[in-house]
Design a protein. Structure first.
Length: 178
């Protein structure tokens, strides 16, 4: 068994993980799926993947960032792509610092993920925009920065932001990325 096409999918959404697994297998990857950091740690004892797709927000007590850190610690050369429905600059920066090669907002398809595996850090050919950041975007990014700091605890994030919990929940529901 060669490890250069082995992929681990860290995703707690069963439908998405099955879809990704089937799609990557059709592309010649050997895949295995885990849904939390404990299962990932156990799987890494037997497997040595070269690629990883990690969901940022996992059910339970760990975030995808913990998984990125564990994967990068085990194999610093691993190509790790973080997927999230709650994209923000702060979590993107943190994921990259912890060892991810790319950070993609959901929905992302297999083509996007495979292209992200080939992304070279520090690539200068990316197109820059001249569009200013809106206040709504800044608010959205701040909300998600605080959510990441509080391990996605809505009540604690609302308290730190000075918002009522229901107001924060409405803001999140309004701009939910599926």
């Amino acid at each position: 068994m060669t490890t250069d096409r082995t992929l681990v999918i860290v995703e707690d959404d069963k439908a998405l993980s099955r879809t990704l697994e089937r799609s990557f297998r059709r592309r010649g990857y050997e895949t295995f799926v885990v849904d939390n950091i404990d299962a990932l740690s156990d799987a890494l004892e037997a497997q040595s993947p070269s690629y990883a797709v990690v969901d940022l927000k996992l059910n339970g007590k760990s975030s995808g960032l913990d998984s990125v850190k564990l994967l990068h610690t085990r194999n610093p050369d691993m190509a790790i792509v973080v997927l999230t429905g709650f994209a923000s600059i702060s979590t993107a920066v943190e994921a990259i610092k912890l060892g991810a090669c790319q950070y993609l907002a959901k929905p992302a398809n297999t083509d996007d993920i495979e292209e992200a595996f080939n992304h070279v850090a520090g690539e200068r050919s990316l197109e820059l925009t001249n569009r200013a950041t809106s206040i709504k975007t800044l608010e959205w990014e701040r909300i998600h920065e605080v959510l990441a700091e509080t391990d996605f605890n809505i009540s604690e994030a609302a308290r730190r932001l000075g918002l009522h919990r229901r107001t924060l929940a409405r803001k999140l529901e309004k701009r939910r990325i599926k």
